[in-house]
Design a protein. Sequence first.
Length: 696
Amino acid sequence: MNLPPQALHHDDPALARTPASRTGAPSRVVKGACPHDCPDTCALRITVEEGKVVKVQGQPEHPSTHGALCTKVSRYPERTYHAERLLHPLKRVNAKHEPPRFERIGWDQAIAEIAGRLQAIAARDPQAILPYSYAGTMGLLQGEAMAGRFFNRLGASCLDRTICASAGGAALAATYGHKVGMHLPHFAESRLILIWGSNSIASNLHFWTFANQAKREGAKLVCIDPRKTETADKCHQHLALLPGTDGALALGLMHELIAHDWLDHDYIARHVEGWEELRTKALAWTPERTAAECGLTADEVRGLARDYATLAPAAIRLNYGMQRVRGGGNAVRLIALLPCLTGAWRHRAGGLLLSSSGWFAPFKNPALERPELRAGRPSRTINMSTIGDDLLREASPDFGPRIEALVVYNSNPVAVAPESPKVVAGFQRPDLFTVVLEHFLTDTADLADYVLPATTQLEHLDIHTSYGHTDVLINEPAVAPLGESRSNTRIFRELAAAMGFDEPAFHDDDEALLRQAFRDDIDLGQLRERGWFKLPLKEAPFAEGGFPSASGKADARGADYVANYESRSSAPALAARYPLAMISPPARNHLNSTFVNVKSLRDIEGEQVLEMSAADATARGLADGQLVRVFNDRGSYACRLDVSARAREGVVHGLGIWWRKLGADGRNVNEVTHQRLTDMGRAPCFYDCLVEVAAA
């Protein structure tokens, strides 16, 4: 039978609701770092009273955090002390197609039984075992440091971690040589900022602070996004292009730069490869053709090009939403070439930022995960974005052995992976052995054989880089682990010991891992004293070229517009049945599927909604607030309709990513997304999706 909630979670459920002591005991302040998949990577100031965290704030001294946190992370204590927090190991006692039932077991039993199952599978073929993880924490230690060692020694299949940013990452690498860009604070000095594919107020709050500073100094802000976001509300101009047409818009801007000779010919000649090829392609994209493809007006294309050429220094804050379509990689390449054509890189307040993570590469220790432990054994790679199909595949010479075991940590694939009907079917396989390290009974944990309680960021040591700024941050443990929760590093150390892995790499504690994470260039003493360490980098990194590519130049060769898989122009027969293009950006108070179960945040969001224009709602006889069904050939889900000016005609927004079991019908937006991959980077095409909507 099902255990009562207190047996699964807190021994005393009231613990989560007990206020901090007010006895006058002195407070203790601990330096921390936000662990979540966000470019801001904030430095935290954690206040502890009598062994309990009572407040999480931004470090006011940190240059990019400057004391401010988003609504989500400021409520981190509510998540850590949540009444439904998992604090003991659990073992499944019923079939996976039934509502989940677990029993509480001890750690020794859990580790021994899991190790035994993994050993039996590995004896047949270790590649039948697959780790599945992503950015539930962005920390180097609790992410892959010990986990990578464990799976390398085991000889398990490798995971291609593509679900968020690999199309854009591959595009930056192809264009600049690495994931690099301008520095965050310098946006405050820009005269024009294109906020392209980013709802910065919701997902990049600290960039918005610098953009707003530039705005107060007279800069023009332009938002380029299919959705009229909260960020678009605060910009001078919003261009609501059709999903997946960003590459066409970039080529249309290039057409105007060429036609009006708004080019830095010297910069192009010295620092760009493949210019003539790109020039020929761009000249075919007149403002009229561009406007027709993007759903804009020709004057909007001309005006944006004029602004970009004449308001200097001009900066582009590109984000990952626009690369989640078939042509996402090429779109990033084309946009990344724009500052090379105008010479915007000559200024420290000019250029582009998509990701700064490549700046850390020379400083990080590439051997942290001990790849040598694989000892030359063969390994296949499974794409995390196609896990639905791959869990249902039989063994074959091309695919290799059937996946027999999954170890899931820092991820919730049943909620977040595309085409979830197949993902659910794969996880429900009775012969699949699944272990999940988690804080809560998520959709994925509900389908596990064993659930192991993991520590939160307030309870363990970690070290962080960023993809939005260039500081290394430390996260010190603020309190002891709650209940029987254990850090990811400890869990994988104990699994390694139970499987007889006795290499010295498995005896490194977290302090040792911390010392090994970076080369000697990073001053750990200064890092721990201040809470962060700023990388020593040039202020205008590419003023004289010097891109981290093989040639030192930006590479334009091969970059071109690639249309969506699913659109009116590329798939007219499909569009006749499913005429609405759907994108699924995150709800403002969720971070992918994280924080969905934090009641105060869920109360703000209300429920899973679909934003639709008034014209599209009227054409379907639908009313605001009505329960509707969103569907295509892959599946359907129910949600509440929000008839909203945020949606342009022909495009709907399925705000996500809700836990399936919290949805109106136990499903979420990924019922209708597909598993086809992007043109570069092998990434998913979440925003390349046609649907229809009807009354539920």
